[in-house]
Design a protein around this ligand. Structure first.
Ligand SMILES: *Cc1c(COP(=O)(O)O)cnc(C)c1O
Length: 385
């Protein structure tokens, strides 16, 4: 089976890990701060806090922005459910803003309309989590303008998007957001096995994120409530978690980060080859909008079902039977039984519903060969002809 995504590990990565195993620190040593510095250098963000997953990063991002019981968090329905679950962890109420039919990202017009309505009902969101689906940035300028008008915080869920650019700036620079999060799960652009990070330009948020990652325990006397009793003294000043990244993961992250630009270029080359070879089929191909350089985490196609003879289930099955690991990103989050129990209509967002019926992701990763790609294209043509 050709998977839809896959990590690339070389001897340098393996050496970086064995060096850590032979060192004094497996956790809480020098590699994590070095990885954080490397992430800052790469994204131009002021602060980076590495954690054990993007899900953890989303959770502490919401906590650092003081999302509380009864507050609202809004996000896109076309995302991995972690983008919404983070709000539930904090006791917040979740709502979904429909997607744009071309980019599949949160639609700024739908957001503006929903905000206008929410203002009347005094139910404005405290946080909007925007998701850069497949690695293409949302319309951050428009969303940022709305955030100033309506007073909400912005978290960028850039789990797909490290290596991408928006308005010539690296995604992660936080020019239009409070916090950006990355995932380093093996299917993503670079990996630390499990892992994630939260980036911000705000020193107070960086301090909170760092505390929340590690039990809200501090040995810094400036953060303490009382004078230290002695040199052993530390204080727990809030309720935090153990969301720390290990030294092994951070060393792998540093090693992986060195390849990122090359890998994203390879993803572009492969995506352009798909675009050329699929352009005459009854498909909607991914469209890069003005000012965007996608990381191309995913190559998402939409089937023009009105002109095709088969439905998506049949096409999907036939591709899988041919050894092609197609996938769907994503089932609209509100359809999951957990969210249904919160009362969402099963077909809550119109554009997300259409997307769900038509979309699938074709395999895309830097080491996908030309032969594998032609096999995918030929097979797809055969199946939908
Ligand atoms: C992968 C992913 C996450 C969660 O990442 P983990 O590191 O696995 O916790 C969150 N949001 C989106 C959009 C993702 O694709």
């Amino acid at each position: 089976m050709i998977p839809y995504g896959k990590q690339h590990i070389d001897q340098d990565d393996i050496n970086a890990i064995t060096d850590v195993l032979n060192s004094d620190f497996l956790t809480q040593g020098p590699q994590v701060p070095l990885f954080e510095q490397a992430l800052c250098n790469y994204t131009q963000a002021q602060h980076a806090v590495a954690v054990n997953s993007a899900t953890s990063a989303l959770h502490i991002a919401c906590s650092a922005l003081e999302l509380n019981k009864g507050d609202y968090l809004w996000t896109s329905p076309i995302t991995f459910s972690a983008s919404a679950n983070c709000g539930i962890y904090c006791g917040a109420k979740i709502d979904f803003v429909d997607i744009d039919p071309v980019t599949y990202n949160i639609c700024p017009i739908a957001l503006a309309n929903k905000l206008k309505q929410a203002k009347k009902e005094k139910a404005l969101p405290k946080i909007v989590v925007v998701v850069h689906l497949s690695g293409q940035s949302c319309d951050m300028e428009a969303i940022h303008t709305l955030s100033e008008q309506y007073g909400f915080h912005i978290i960028e869920d850039a789990a797909h998007a490290i290596g991408g650019k928006y308005q010539q700036k690296p995604i992660g620079c936080c020019n239009y957001s409070d916090i950006t999060i990355f995932s380093f799960h093996p299917v993503k652009i670079i990996t630390t096995a499990e892992g994630g990070a939260a980036l911000t330009n705000k020193a107070d948020l960086a301090e909170k994120l760092t505390l929340l990652r590690s039990h809200c325990i501090t040995r810094d006397s400036k953060q303490m409530h009382r004078e230290p009793d002695g040199p052993w003294y530390y204080e727990q000043i809030g309720l935090g978690y153990n969301y720390r990244m290990t030294e092994i993961q951070a060393a792998l992250g540093i090693s992986q980060l060195r390849h990122i630009d090359k890998w994203v270029e390879q993803r572009h080359t492969l995506a352009e080859a798909y675009n050329r070879q699929l352009k005459d089929l009854a498909l909607q191909l991914p469209k890069q909008t003005e000012g965007n350089y996608s990381s191309f985490h995913l190559y998402i196609i939409r089937l023009k079902l009105e002109v095709l003879k088969k439905n998506k289930k049949t096409i999907f099955n036939e591709l899988q039977q041919a050894g092609i690991g197609v996938n769907l990103h994503y089932i609209p989050v509100y359809k999951h039984p957990f969210y249904q129990e919160l009362g969402f209509d099963y077909a809550y967002c119109k554009e997300a519903e259409k997307y769900y019926v038509e979309a699938m992701s074709l395999p895309l990763f830097p080491s996908l060969t030309v032969e594998q790609q032609s096999y995918i294209v030929t097979t797809l043509k055969e199946i939908i002809k």
